[in-house]
Design a binder for this molecule. Structure first.
Ligand SMILES: [Zn+2]
Length: 407
């Protein structure tokens, strides 16, 4: 890209807001009982309402807002509303869809069926992306843990797709996820003969180690290839084995996934082998294992996290393009879906400058998650109403505590 063009780009990124026209939807819930004793399967049936046009616009101060036909704000900070959706709360999701429409284009004529669990996975990915963005420059152990947690969720959770009348959407297919699910061709050992004969080891490139290289024992390779469970809990799991084969692969040299594979191999060898990853927790095969990073992993974490974050966001905004608006004689972003708008709003968060914070008023009815400057560490409430409500609550609790008889 030539220089003038890139300066035009950055100006638009900084100054231009974006807008999106859409429609509110009607959303019904179909519940089917499938397996006795297990929660029912929920399907959302949705169609777009042609007589309910809605409009989204992004402002630097309030984030993504939903406005009605006359420009009146109906919902402030839609991204905050999405972040506040509770796990498994189909009714909360339906309320939001009926006001703000669906995240993807929906038919005006027919009901489109969306598996609630699939939609929930997309919502969790949005939450994980925001968590990752919020923690990306973090230096302390808690922020590193949040960064690692969010990044690992995005990588380990298997991709899902929504097949709609007008569009097919697939969540970001990260290379690591594919490598974990499908083994790559086994290493060709022809070049390693001498070193295996000499000391039983072969050498692999390793971007985490200080020397850039690591020695792997050929016996370990044989064990892994036979799928024996070894002495380390989880060593025989398919995720770990497939990661191992990617780690020692000579294909790593030409790949763009090497830093991520190296990171997870070194991490698991140090902390423990990962069994199951959820949005807020990671389970290890070894019950005693827990999150920990050595100095080399600490150095690599922000780099790897940035790779994952940019993959995730780029995948979701890649079809957004610029359009020249003849009327205003200015370039403008052409956004087609609410999902793109949500990811664009995350993109605009500017890591290190803006972040989404949970309102400290436990009874907050407004934003729950609000957008604020990262530097304003003292801003704890979404609004003055919440600040005074929380103050009153504290005083009330204080009085109650005083009234309690001494025991
Ligand atoms: Zn609040």
């Amino acid at each position: 890209m030539s220089k003038p063009m890139s300066s035009v780009f950055s100006e638009i990124f900084v100054n231009n807001l974006f807008e999106l026209d859409s429609n509110a939807c009607k959303c019904e819930k179909d519940t089917k009982n499938v397996v006795p004793g297990e929660p029912p399967e929920t399907t959302l049936k949705i169609y777009s309402l042609s007589d309910r046009p809605i409009h989204f616009s992004y402002s630097d101060k309030d984030g993504l807002n939903l406005t009605g036909p006359q420009g009146r704000v109906i919902i402030k900070n839609i991204l905050g509303q999405v972040l506040a959706l509770k796990e498994g709360d189909a009714d909360g999701v339906i309320r939001l869809i009926e006001k703000a429409g669906f995240i993807l284009p929906i038919s005006f004529q027919n009901y489109e069926a969306i598996e609630f669990n699939a939609l929930m996975k997309i919502i969790r990915r949005i939450k994980a992306t925001v968590n990752l963005m919020n923690a990306i420059d973090g230096k302390n152990i808690y922020e590193q843990m949040r960064m690692f947690q969010a990044m690992t969720y995005l990588l380990y959770d298997d991709p899902i797709e929504l097949d709609l009348e007008g569009m097919r959407y697939v969540t970001c297919p990260h290379a690591l996820n594919e490598l974990l699910r499908k083994p790559i061709p086994l290493r060709d050992f022809r070049g390693d003969r001498d070193s295996i004969l000499e000391n039983g080891n072969f050498e692999v490139s390793d971007s985490i180690s200080s020397s850039g290289r690591a020695e792997v024992s050929h016996d370990l390779y044989n064990q892994m290839q036979m799928g024996s469970f070894g002495t380390i809990p989880g060593q025989g799991s398919s995720n770990y084995r497939n990661l191992f084969f990617a780690y020692i692969s000579t294909m790593k040299k030409q790949s763009d996934w090497a830093p991520i594979v190296d990171f997870y191999m070194n991490y698991q060898n140090q902390a423990g082998i990962i069994d199951y990853v959820d949005l807020d927790s990671i389970t290890y095969y070894d019950p005693k294992a827990q999150f920990s990073l050595n100095d080399n992993l600490k150095k690599a974490l922000p780099k790897v996290a940035r790779m994952v974050l940019s993959n995730e966001i780029n995948h979701n905004i890649s079809s957004i393009h610029m359009q020249y608006d003849g009327e205003g004689l200015a370039p403008k972003w052409k956004i087609e879906t609410l999902l793109q708008a949500l990811y664009f709003a995350i993109f605009y968060m500017k890591p290190g400058i803006k972040m989404y914070k949970r309102c400290a008023n436990p009874n907050c009815k407004r934003d729950v998650f609000f957008l604020t400057d990262r530097t304003k560490t003292n801003k704890e409430y979404c609004s003055t109403q919440c600040r005074s409500a929380a103050g009153q609550r504290r005083r009330r609790l204080g009085e109650q505590a005083e009234k309690k008889p001494q025991s």
